[in-house]
Design a protein around this ligand. Structure first.
Ligand code: MG
Length: 169
């Protein structure tokens, strides 16, 4: 399947930023596959990616992507005020606002996204492991949670579409 054409400048920017920060639709699709393949006999990567694409077409998701990545980039450039600069640059464990921003994504397709998010955040498969590699000099304090949350929401959408629930978009 091909990626949807962005409908707004906000959507275009959110999709561009994810790519610039090293995250593709396929990367997130792999996380969806990781979460959902135990529950589906014939799950394809195409279906996983299609569900990621649908999640990324939601305005609240795009706003979370922009906000989180902007803060990561400013932290990399040492542009935030102290002590927030140090907190975000070092991905301090007790900060927690990164997870809160991610929650605005998790529930767009119902509360099973919440369970998926908690699970994948602990397991950190695929791209999430790379984003958590602190040796690169890059800051992904917000992005790792956002990517996990998009995958969780896409998994939730997939589960609901398999159940033939109506009104998904
Ligand atoms: Mg984080």
């Amino acid at each position: 399947m091909s990626e949807q054409k962005p409908k707004t400048d906000l959507e275009k920017k959110a999709r561009e930023l994810l790519k610039e920060r090293g995250v593709t639709l396929e990367d997130i699709g792999e996380l969806v596959y990781y979460l959902q393949s135990p529950y589906h006999d014939h799950l394809s990567m195409d279906v996983c990616i299609e569900n990621v694409d649908k999640v990324l077409s939601k305005r609240e998701v795009q706003n979370a992507v922009l906000t989180g990545i902007q803060l990561d980039v400013l932290a990399e450039q040492n542009q935030l005020m102290s002590p927030l600069q140090e907190t975000i640059a070092t991905d301090e464990g007790l900060y927690g606002v990164d997870e809160i921003i991610a929650l605005s994504i998790v529930n767009v397709y119902g509360s099973i996204g919440f369970t998926n998010y908690g699970f994948i955040d602990k397991q950190k498969p695929g791209i999430l492991k790379q984003l958590n590699d602190k040796s690169t000099g890059e800051c992904h304090t917000f992005l790792d949670d956002i990517v996990g949350a998009v995958a969780a929401a896409a998994s939730s959408r997939l589960a609901h579409s398999e159940a033939k629930d109506e009104e998904l978009d």
